[in-house]
Design a protein around this ligand. Structure first.
Ligand SMILES: Cc1cc2nc3c(=O)[nH]c(=O)nc-3n(C[C@H](O)[C@H](O)[C@H](O)COP(=O)(O)OP(=O)(O)OC[C@H]3O[C@@H](n4cnc5c(N)ncnc54)[C@H](O)[C@@H]3O)c2cc1C
Length: 386
């Protein structure tokens, strides 16, 4: 049974789908448009912690639960480098606060409905017929956060995974410096891989301690935990603590051109649309930026996906991933060099894809040339870049 026709359908109420829905609701152009958002998951659990950096105040400050202005990078020998992030700060949001905020906005708006069902099928005719639950709905355009199955079959792209497990621990004594977070501690790592400990001190006696790898293969649950325990005992010298919650995740780090699947009727969003920065795995802040760009494109009568992907930075990401994939053991030194030889402000702007070619060269000069030259040659032989 076909029920209603919509102007826009959003498949997936995650970081990308909800950021986009909120941008649409903020834009008067869409006041007379009908929008539907689908997700089978009610988004009622705190399934992740999102961090991002930004200058000064920002859109999410009301739900930001902690901010840091200093960070530490520790190299493989245990040498610590502490630096100020100013004028940036590193902000943390609990996903549940974002889901609740977005749900409330959607419930209070008259032109959008949230359908609590998974999309099973999309049939392309003149319009798009979407099957979710027992009903079909029609939409003129779809924003789709489902990852294409072609991604898993494709053999020409580099596929690394950012995979991690974290413990939130509480200690009886005040042991954490909660003004500074640990971005990457390479002193504790898994064999010869790009792996590190990430620490977010929520307070002086509560912190998220996460063991993360950027590598092609997952490890066992108890192996991530073994590394966290090693950090707690060898580096923090802690033997009294309670694990209050845990989190785990797997984020694709790939140069697969997800965005090539965009067309006049369908725009892939989120991970499925190349919105995750391939070389870092960050995407929350980018989801807001790209959602605003989509809204601007539609308002200007352009293709919604126009200008979402910056080819220069995708080229850099592709090379960097290629190096990490083929020489995974180099990762700790490459990240340490990047963070210790450049002002953090330049690195954040570079990762935000906002630097000029001259500034990019500054970052590139921090790296040894040979692995990147080899990666360039490998890339040229295997496929075109975009
Ligand atoms: C534990 C964890 C911590 C993270 N920390 C950070 C961080 O600090 N900073 C950062 O930037 N990124 C972080 N990330 C990565 C970030 O969460 C993802 O990159 C981001 O969520 C991707 O957005 P998305 O909308 O594509 O996917 P998601 O947020 O996963 O949302 C996809 C949604 O689509 C729905 N869906 C799937 N199939 C269907 C279907 N057929 N029909 C309807 N709905 C469907 C799913 O239920 C889901 O709700 C973290 C990830 C995890 C797991």
């Amino acid at each position: 049974m076909v029920s209603t026709t919509y102007d826009f359908a959003i498949i997936g109420a995650g970081a990308a789908g909800l950021n986009l829905a909120l941008c649409i609701l903020d834009e008067p152009f869409f006041a007379d448009k009908k929008i539907v958002i689908f997700d089978g998951d009610p988004k009622q659990t705190n399934d992740r912690t999102w961090c991002f950096w930004e200058k000064g105040t920002g859109q999410w400050d009301a739900i930001v639960s902690k901010t840091w202005e200093k960070a530490i990078i520790t190299d493989t020998t245990g040498q610590q480098n502490t630096f100020s992030l100013l004028p940036f700060s590193y902000k943390m949001i609990h996903a549940i606060d974002f889901y609740n905020y977005a749900r409330k906005k959607i419930e209070n708006a008259s032109n959008i409905i949230w359908v609590a069902a998974e999309v099973e099928e999309v049939a392309e005719e003149d319009d798009l017929r979407i099957k979710a639950g027992k009903e079909y709905r029609i939409s003129r355009h779809i924003f789709d956060s489902r990852i294409s199955t072609d991604f898993y079959k494709d053999e020409s792209s580099v596929k690394l995974l950012q995979h991690f497990k974290g413990w939130v621990i509480e200690t009886p004594d005040a042991v954490f410096d909660d003004s500074t977070f640990v971005m990457m501690d390479f002193h504790i790592r898994w064999k010869d891989t790009t792996s590190f400990i990430y620490v977010l001190p929520y307070s002086k006696n509560k912190a998220l301690i996460e063991f993360t790898l950027f590598s092609p293969h997952l490890i066992q649950d108890n192996e991530y935990e073994m590394m966290i325990q090693q950090y707690l005992s060898e580096v923090l010298k802690l033997n009294k603590y309670t694990v209050t919650t845990t989190e785990k995740g797997v984020i694709p780090m790939s140069d697969y051109p997800f965005h090539r699947l965009n067309n006049r009727k369908v725009t892939k969003i989120g991970t499925a649309g190349s919105w995750v920065k391939p070389s870092s795995g960050y995407s929350f802040k980018n989801a807001g930026k790209l959602s605003r760009k989509i809204v601007e494109n539609i308002r200007n009568g352009e293709l919604p996906s126009r200008g979402l992907i910056n080819k220069k930075f995708r080229f850099y990401d592709s090379l960097f991933l290629n190096v990490l994939y083929n020489k995974n053991e180099l990762g700790p030194d490459l990240f340490t060099m990047m963070y210790c030889k450049n002002p953090i402000q330049r690195i954040f702007s570079f990762l935000n894809e906002e630097t000029t070619l001259l500034q990019d060269l500054g970052i590139m000069n921090s790296f040894p040339k040979a692995p990147f030259n080899k990666a360039l040659i490998r890339r040229l032989y295997t496929k075109a870049f975009f």
